[in-house]
Unconditional design. Structure first.
Length: 278
C-alpha cells in the first residue's frame, strides 16, 4: 500500500494512492487523518482505505514531510561496505548512531537553503523506516513487525561542519537537511533488505546500490537501537547511505552542492524524492 502525507483542506493528512490519484483518509467526522491517527487505526486501516478509494481524490498534491515534527530521527552512519571504502573508514563492530532534529525535516519538492557557514555540502540517499508500534528490548525476529512503512530520505550533510569535532550534529541537522518522502509504502510483501537504492544529481547517476549491501540490516538496527531507546510510532530510522557521495571523490574532483542543483533519491517500489538547492 502506497500512502502519502499531504496538505488536505489546509491541514496535514494521509492519502492513499489509487487510480493514478491520491485519496484522503478521513475519520468518521469527515476530517483528514494525520500519520499518528492512521497508525493507530490498526486493523481498521484496510476498511478506512477501502472507504477512501470510493471518495473523491485531492487535486494537485502539496507534499509534506513523511512524518510530523516531534518524531525522533535516528540515523545510522557508515552502514555500507563500499561507502566505508570510499571514505577510508574501518568496518564498524556495532552500528554508528547519530540524530537529526525536526527542524531538518523537508518535503518532496521543497527547495533547500544551504547554511551560510557551510561550504562543503553533500547528499546521501537512504532508506528510512517509519516506526508504527512502540517497543523497547525488541527481539530481532519481531523487529520488522514494528515498522509501519518505508520511505525515501536524503541525509544532507555539511561536511566542513560535520567534522569540526568528533560529534557530527552540527553538520547533520541544519534546517531542511532531512528531506523525507514523498510517499511511504507498507511492508506487505516487501523485503527492506533487498531493494535498489540510487541518487542522481542534475540527472547524472551518483549513487547506485542495493540495501542488501548494508552491514547491519533493518531488523538488526531496530533490535540494536531498542536495547536502550524506546521506539515510538512516528519515529524514523535512516539506515545509512551507499557509495557515491561527494566526500568519497578525490579532492580534486569534489564539487560540493551548489544553488540550482537538483537531487533525486530513488528506492525500488517508491516514487522518487526530489529536492533542489537554493
Amino acid at each position: 500500500m502506497l500512502l502519502g502525507r499531504l496538505e488536505i483542506l489546509g491541514q496535514p493528512g494521509i492519502c492513499v494512492q489509487g487510480h493514478d490519484a491520491w485519496y484522503p483518509l478521513l475519520g468518521r467526522d469527515g476530517k483528514p487523518l494525520d500519520l499518528m491517527a492512521v497508525i493507530n487505526l490498526g486493523d481498521e486501516l484496510a476498511a478506512t482505505v477501502k472507504r477512501a478509494l470510493t471518495g473523491a481524490p485531492i487535486g494537485a498534491p502539496h507534499w509534506l514531510p513523511a512524518v510530523p515534527a516531534g518524531s525522533k530521527i535516528i540515523c545510522v552512519g557508515t552502514n555500507y561496505r563500499r561507502h566505508l571504502e570510499e571514505v577510508g573508514l574501518p568496518l564498524p563492530q556495532e552500528p554508528v548512531l547519530f540524530s537529526k532534529f525536526s527542524n531538518a525535516l523537508a518535503a518532496h519538492g521543497e527547495a533547500i537553503q544551504l547554511p551560510a557557514a557551510a561550504h562543503q555540502c553533500d547528499y546521501e540517499a537512504e532508506l528510512a523506516l517509519i516506526i508504527g508500534r512502540s517497543g523497547k528490548h525488541i527481539a530481532k525476529r519481531d523487529a520488522l513487525n514494528h515498522v509501519f512503512a518505508i520511505t525515501c530520505a536524503n541525509d544532507l550533510s555539511a561536511r566542513d561542519l560535520q567534522f569540526r569535532s568528533s560529534q557530527w550534529l552540527l553538520g547533520k541537522t541544519p534546517d531542511g537537511f532531512c528531506p523525507l518522502g514523498p510517499a511511504m509504502r507498507t511492508l506487505d510483501g516487501i523485503d527492506p533488505d533487498n531493494l535498489t537504492i540510487s541518487l542522481t544529481l542534475n540527472g547524472q547517476p551518483r549513487q547506485q546500490a542495493s540495501t542488501g549491501d548494508m552491514i547491519f540490516g533493518c531488523a538488526q538496527l531496530i533490535h540494536y537501537i531498542a536495547q536502550t531507546i524506546t521506539l515510538s510510532p512516528g519515529d524514523v530510522i535512516l539506515t545509512g547511505t551507499p557509495e557515491g557521495v561527494i566526500q568519497g571523490y578525490p579532492e580534486d574532483r569534489r564539487r560540493w552542492l551548489q544553488p540550482g542543483d537538483e537531487m533525486e533519491v530513488m528506492i525500488e517500489g517508491l516514487p522518487p524524492l526530489c529536492n533542489t538547492i537554493l
